[in-house]
Every structure is written in C-alpha cells, then in structure tokens.
Write a protein that binds this ligand. Structure first.
Ligand code: ZN
Length: 492
C-alpha cells in the first residue's frame, strides 16, 4: 500500500493549472442534461485548466495533450450522493445476507463498528473509492457515522486524505447520534449535542470549500433524523447547519419501521416529522424515501427536498422500490447512490444507474392493472428513460450537494469526465452506443478525469497495485472478525 501512497501524483496538489487536453474521437457524448441536449453534437472535448472549454468536432492545437477516445462513449463522471465507505470491508457478511434492515444493522455495521481503527478505516475507504472510480464516479458523498466519545482517530481526516490521494471530489456527511439504538454494541457511546455541533464547526472551518469547483464539502448528517436525536436537538442542528451554509442529509423512510416509530412517538408521518423539525428544503436530501404516502410526496416536492435513491440497497434489504417517478414529478431533486457496500456489494455507480433504470420501470409495471379491473392495461413505457437516470446520477447529484458547476458536459463546467470502452461482449450495444453502458449494465472505464486530472488511465489507477489492495482487504477482514468475537472495542 505504501508504494501507492508514494507514487500518487495527486497528493497535496493544487487545482490543475496551465494544462490543455483534447479528448478525441469518441463515438458519442451524453451530457447529463435532458431532452434534445442529452446528447452532444460531435465527439471531441477540449479541457483547459481543469474546465471544459469546447465540445464538437475539434482540431488539435499546438502543445495540447491528446487523449484517444476512439470507439469510446463519454459521460459526465457520476455523483454518488450516499455511501458508507467503512462498509467496504463488510461485504458478504453471512449473518446479513438474507436479512431485512433492522436485523442487518445489528448483524453487520453495528456489530463491527467499534472494531475499526485508523488503518482499517483507511483500507476500507481506499477500496470503496477505487471501486467507484473504476465505475466512472468522480464525486463521492460519504455518510460517515463512526463516532464515539474519546475516539483516537479522526475519521474525517482519513476520508478526505484518501479521496485527495485518488483525486476524487469528496463530500463528508458528518453522521452521529445523541441517542443510541437497541442493537448498538455499547449503549453509552453516543456524543453530546455540544460535541456534535463543535465538530461540525471544526469540519466546516478545516475542510469545507465554499467556492466554484469545490473539491471538498462538509454536510450535517445525523445518522437518522427519526432515531438519532430528539426533535429539539434536530431543530438546533438544522439552525447550526444553515448558519454555516452547510447542506443537510440523513436516512429516512427506508422501511416501515420509520412509519411505525413516527406514528408511535410523534403521531405523524416521517415527512411531517421532518417538516416539524425544520428538516425539509432544497438544502436537504434523504437516503431511501421508499415508504411514502401521497401527502408526504407532495410535501417533499413543494419544499424541493432531494432524494439519494439507492435501488440496489433497497432491493438487497427487501425494503421496496422508492416512488421516484412520483417524487420527480412532484419537484423532488432525484440523485442516485450506491449506499454502503455492506448492504450493496455491487457498490459501483454503473450498476446503480442500471438498477435505477430497471427498478423504475419494474415499479410502474407492477402497479398496472388489466382493463377489466378498471386499469389502463399494459403501461410503464414512460416510467423512466435512460437519459433521465443519467441525469439523476450526474446533474441531480450535483444539485443536492450544491456543486452546481459540475456533472454536466458543457463549456464552463468542471472537467469531471468518464470515458467508457465497449469492448466486452456484454457491452456491445451497437445499435445505440451512447446508451450502451446503461442498458447493457456495464462498460470498462478507459479514463476518468476529475477537474481535468486523470484518476483512471487505461483502465487502471496509476501506481495502484490491486494484489496489495486485495491482501489488505483479506487481512483487514480477518482482524475485524477476530475483534468482533473478542472484547475488543466494547469500551469504545
Ligand atoms: Zn445508508
């Protein structure tokens, strides 16, 4: 692993300056926009100083580097708006494979949470970020909730460092709780509200960039608004976030347990609870939102609240399929996210976008009724299009994160660009190569640029030895298993 760190060309480098690059000869460009602008005219993109300068049929200029994209399809780099990178060392835990959410939380993330140390978190983050980069993802928002009083490492620092080493844009969603839940290993390990708010202020001061083409952002993100804090605390946290200009994020309405808890404890629906605690608005987005009634969908739309739609995780945990069509139509900003690898072992963005396309259509078909029962017969053709899921996975993500100058391919936008090869049998969607990576459910990333810098080159992370990474994963998992069986970490 150390060779990779030393060899990284990105460590501590400032924004790209005085460079010019021509992506040349692609067969198609998807822009991340909708309608007639979803596809660009011409197959070349010029990048100057990390920003898209021109798109079309372009002639190389003296001194510029040419990046060969012949036969390739070009997309905006994906924006993943909800992850738990620590779970990249929690794939395929047997006790969690056939579980639903609550027993899974107990058997997987909370069973291992206190077994992590600095090195294990670093290894997990590296694995997760590399998996995402190799799917064409350029921006990662990580919902990190591994906090307890007196902990001896700074998870935020580790995550920002690992993303910077790869050259990825990183958004830390600072999780945490002032209340514990019954399945947590140790019930005395929650933070005080003042410690939580103080750390938010520190992170905002040390990491948050409030500028054009920001590479680092901080978001206020109690682990779940329904279970992690009291209503009064949530109002205080929301006011603190807004006073610092930070966006807000949390889990909500993933399964029926949210509906049951909200009715029992607050005598209202989860979204009404969010409204009462000032947790709705264009600066808020929620992971999941699977279980919603019509008034809740209308409330989310009227407030322009966002969703991190996680169809693979929702399928894996038998949570359901979020009503994304209805949400989008109501005015909700839709973004896509892989969620943690412990509940979605295929934690890459191409798989996720493919799943969003399939499940959106499956949900529409599921509700179709035959005409003799009063239905409209076969339907669902217009439920979600390929262009729309690409838009959700790029521009939608940038919008919920407040990164408005990223994630669409047009002049003036930052050069976050994924270049896909379609050279494997499964990827050969020859009738329309532009949409092949989505409809075929995969493609090989030849290059990934973030702010014009090469994160992936010729399908590889420069300086990264995959056999070393896989050995680090093996030994990391073995250590976690040993610690989970012992008393290690029980006092943390
Ligand atoms: Zn999650």
């Amino acid at each position: 692993m150390e060779n990779y760190l030393e060899a990284s060309p990105y460590l501590d480098q400032p924004a790209n300056r005085d460079t010019q690059l021509l992506i040349r000869g692609s067969v198609a460009i998807m822009t991340g926009k909708l309608g007639e602008q979803a596809r660009a005219q011409g197959g070349d993109i010029r990048v100057k100083n990390g920003v898209i300068d021109a798109i079309g049929n372009l002639t190389p200029e003296a001194g510029e580097e040419v990046l060969d994209a012949s036969g390739c399809v070009v997309y905006p780099a994906w924006v993943n708006t909800h992850h738990h990178l620590a779970q990249s060392l929690l794939k395929a835990v047997p006790e969690g494979i056939n579980s639903t959410l609550t027993p899974w939380l107990s058997a997987v993330p909370f069973r291992f949470r206190s077994c992590f140390d600095e090195n294990l978190l670093r290894t997990a983050a590296r694995i997760g970020l590399i998996e995402l980069a190799l799917s064409g993802c350029g921006t990662v928002a990580d919902h990190h909730y591994m906090y307890w009083p007196g902990m001896d490492f700074d998870g935020a620092q580790i995550l920002f460092e690992e993303a910077a080493r790869l050259g990825l844009r990183f958004v830390l969603c600072r999780g945490g709780a002032t209340r514990s839940r019954h399945f947590e290993k140790c019930t005395s390990d929650v933070e005080s509200l003042s410690d939580y708010l103080d750390d938010i202020s520190r992170l905002q001061r040390d990491f948050h960039e409030d500028r054009t083409y920001a590479m680092r952002r901080v978001v206020v993100a109690p682990t779940t608004v329904m279970f992690s804090m009291d209503p009064g605390e949530l109002r205080e946290v929301a006011a603190h976030a807004r006073s610092l200009g930070l966006h807000m994020h949390s889990h909500l309405s993933e399964t029926v347990i949210y509906q049951e808890a909200s009715q029992k404890n607050y005598d209202c629906s989860p979204i009404r609870f969010a409204e009462k605690t000032n947790w709705l608005g264009p600066d808020v987005w929620y992971a999941h939102l699977v279980k919603l009634d019509l008034p809740e969908i209308e409330m989310l739309g009227a407030t322009n609240t966002g969703i991190a739609h996680c169809p693979q995780s929702n399928g894996r945990l038998a949570s359901g399929i979020a009503p994304v069509r209805a949400l989008a139509d109501a005015g909700v900003t839709v973004s896509l996210a892989v969620d943690g690898a412990g509940s979605n072992e295929a934690a890459d963005m191409l798989q996720e976008v493919h799943a969003a396309w399939l499940m959106g259509r499956a949900r529409a078909g599921q509700s179709a009724l035959p005409t003799y029962l009063g239905g409209r017969g076969e339907q669902g053709a217009d439920s979600v299009t390929v262009e729309e899921v690409i838009h959700w996975g790029t521009a939608g993500g940038a919008k919920v994160l407040g990164l408005h100058d990223t994630a669409t391919l047009e002049p003036g936008r930052v050069a976050d660009i994924a270049i896909y090869e379609l050279n494997q049998p499964r990827h050969m969607g020859m009738h329309d190569l532009a949409v092949a990576p989505i409809v075929c459910g995969g493609a090989t990333v030849r290059s990934l640029l973030v702010a014009g810098k090469k994160v992936v080159e010729n399908g590889k992370i420069p300086g990264m030895d995959m056999s070393e990474l896989s050995e680090a994963a093996r030994s990391g998992v073995s250590l976690l298993q040993k610690r989970a069986l012992s008393d290690w970490g029980k006092t943390k």
